[in-house]
Design a protein around this ligand. Structure first.
Ligand code: HEC
Ligand code: HEC
Ligand code: HEC
Ligand code: HEC
Length: 426
């Protein structure tokens, strides 16, 4: 009898445990269950293979193929030539490939195609250009170290078949975030930061900063270097370049003013890092890879584009204002930056012309001429730092407006010095 009760009790207890377990898995938000990690071999670069294991991330990643305008009218992924809206670029970039082809950026899957199609690429272009265009960079660097940077780009096209993908940002076996661009790791090391030991929040910006940053090619080796030894502010970077690091004097000579110029390259990381959001501990991924839900599972959107296409998910997590108001705030900032950028660019074009005029004069005051060139070079660097950055000032409005104000003043000073240099002949 007793035994029967015990047996029934045990069976009842057993059933109760099963029901409890079923209920737990029913009520537990699927998002709390981490996706099962199954190792993908190092050297697998096909996102479709990774996608079989991580279908939600892959499906959103595939949306990077869609091209659409942004409601701000500044961002977006529709290709257009920047010089159509800013004709001053034709003067300021004269003699540089950016004056012949400079289109708006689009989604990561297009990086390799756009590199191939860019008119800025010639048979002299170095392999270094591949650094930020392919998921295969980890393997390429492992095999040849920096030697790949000096090889002809055409040779690297025969090896790199996959555009930017999972392997750029993830360790395939653990799915932890990682940085694969060796230039970023080295530059951060010089600043005393060991990227391999960085915390999760930092990594959510570092994976982007490894490509969305200013760089130059070391003369001779074509090694990619990020010019951050003195800091990330445009004034500090200019001071670094003024020392002619490794014999690097500049990117090209503008033929009208015969001045050695610097070409800024998408300094999104630098501009963001010194702004309000970064100071509050907010990462690139917070806005550009917002959390989404699918059937209750929470995941990071891998559609990396303008956050203003997903304002609800990207901004409203922290800002309670309605979407229209947020868009208005972003556009107001961008409009002020756009206006000053346009003024600065046009003043700089005038300064190139003023120096050209001085050069045509019979005698020239050399000292004033050099002053004019130095002001012009600095003015153009400040203007281009904002123009080449991708958010039209949003990532750090205070910095962008300040630096554009300085660019306008420097352009005027350059033209004044050029006029003085020319008047020496009279
Ligand atoms: C607080 C939110 C926020 C953070 C943080 C942020 N961004 Fe942005 N980003 C924006 C907004 C807003 C725009 C403007 C988009 C537009 O005009 O459509 C933008 C624009 C861009 C663009 C151009 C997009 C396009 O449509 O052409 C790039 C590239 C970019 N950001 C990269 C980065 C990188 C890299 C970081 C980190 C270093 C970063 N962003 C951090 C909000 C953010
Ligand atoms: C440009 C960098 C980048 C690329 C490319 C990238 N990811 Fe991610 N991924 C991230 C970031 C950032 C997170 C957020 C990680 C965190 O917060 O810890 C993430 C998170 C994840 C996670 C964890 C779950 C989640 O959704 O937050 C998975 C799984 C994942 N990615 C899969 C992929 C796959 C598959 C691909 C290729 C199709 C890919 N990722 C490409 C940056 C990237
Ligand atoms: C391996 C280099 C690399 C990494 C890593 C990378 N990007 Fe990019 N990104 C690029 C390149 C190159 C383009 C331009 C592609 C083109 O226009 O063909 C681009 C384009 C973009 C765009 C424009 C897309 C559009 O729709 O207009 C945004 C936004 C962006 N990246 C943000 C980010 C963010 C945020 C991260 C980190 C989560 C990141 N990127 C990581 C190289 C990279
Ligand atoms: C993870 C939280 C977070 C996210 C996501 C976020 N913000 Fe912010 N935002 C902040 C914080 C914190 C501040 C600083 C507040 C302060 O200084 O009072 C801020 C400041 C701002 C400011 C005023 C400062 C400035 O730089 O002009 C604007 C405008 C703004 N955010 C817009 C946006 C937009 C648009 C998005 C989405 C693309 C966004 N934020 C996404 C937290 C966030």
């Amino acid at each position: 009898m007793n035994r029967k009760i015990i047996t029934i009790f045990i069976i009842a207890l057993f059933c109760f445990i099963i029901v409890l377990a079923a209920a737990r898995s029913f009520f537990l938000k699927p998002s709390d269950r981490p996706p099962k990690v199954t190792a993908i071999p190092e050297g697998e670069y096909d996102p479709a293979v990774w996608g079989k294991r991580y279908p939600l991330e892959y499906a959103s990643f595939q949306k990077n193929l869609e091209m659409s305008a942004s409601p701000t009218e500044f961002g977006g992924s529709v290709k257009f030539q920047h010089s159509l809206r800013q004709p001053e670029m034709l003067t300021n970039f004269k003699g540089n490939a950016f004056s012949t082809d400079y289109t708006e950026d689009r989604g990561h899957p297009y990086a390799l195609t756009d590199l191939k199609e860019s008119k800025r690429i010639t048979e002299k272009s170095p392999g270094a250009c591949m650094t930020c265009k392919t998921a295969q960079i980890a393997g390429i660097f492992k095999d040849s170290g920096w030697a790949y940077a000096k090889k002809p780009l055409s040779e690297l096209f025969t090896r790199a078949h996959y555009s930017i993908g999972c392997a750029n940002c993830h360790n395939p076996s653990t799915m932890e975030l990682r940085v694969t661009n060796p230039a970023f790791v080295e530059a951060m090391n010089r600043r005393g930061v060991d990227v391999t030991k960085a915390g999760r929040e930092e990594m959510r910006s570092y994976v982007c900063g490894q490509c969305h940053a200013e760089y130059y090619f070391e003369p001779g080796s074509s090694r990619v270097i990020m010019p951050w030894d003195k800091g990330l502010h445009p004034e500090q970077i200019y001071a670094y370049y003024s020392q002619k690091p490794g014999g690097f004097e500049g990117d090209w000579v503008q033929p009208d003013s015969s001045t050695m110029m610097l070409k800024a390259q998408h300094p999104d990381f630098e501009v963001h890092s010194t702004g309000t959001h970064a100071r509050a501990g907010i990462s690139c991924a917070d806005c550009h890879m917002p959390y989404m839900r699918d059937g209750g599972r929470k995941y990071s959107s891998h559609r990396v584009t303008s956050p203003m296409k997903t304002t609800g998910a990207s901004c409203r997590r922290c800002h309670p204002e309605d979407e229209k108001m947020l868009l208005e705030r972003v556009r107001n900032t961008q409009k002020s930056v756009w206006e000053l950028q346009h003024i600065a660019g046009a003043r700089i074009a005038r300064a190139h012309e003023a120096i050209a005029k001085a050069l045509a004069a019979k005698t020239v005051n050399k000292e004033e001429l050099e002053k004019a060139r130095e002001s012009l070079r600095r003015a153009q660097w400040y203007w281009d730092f904002v123009a080449a950055e991708n958010s039209m000032g949003f990532h750090n409005p205070a910095l962008c407006l300040n630096i554009l104000g300085q660019a306008i003043d420097l352009a005027h000073r350059s033209a004044e010095s050029a006029a003085k240099a020319a008047s020496a002949s009279r």
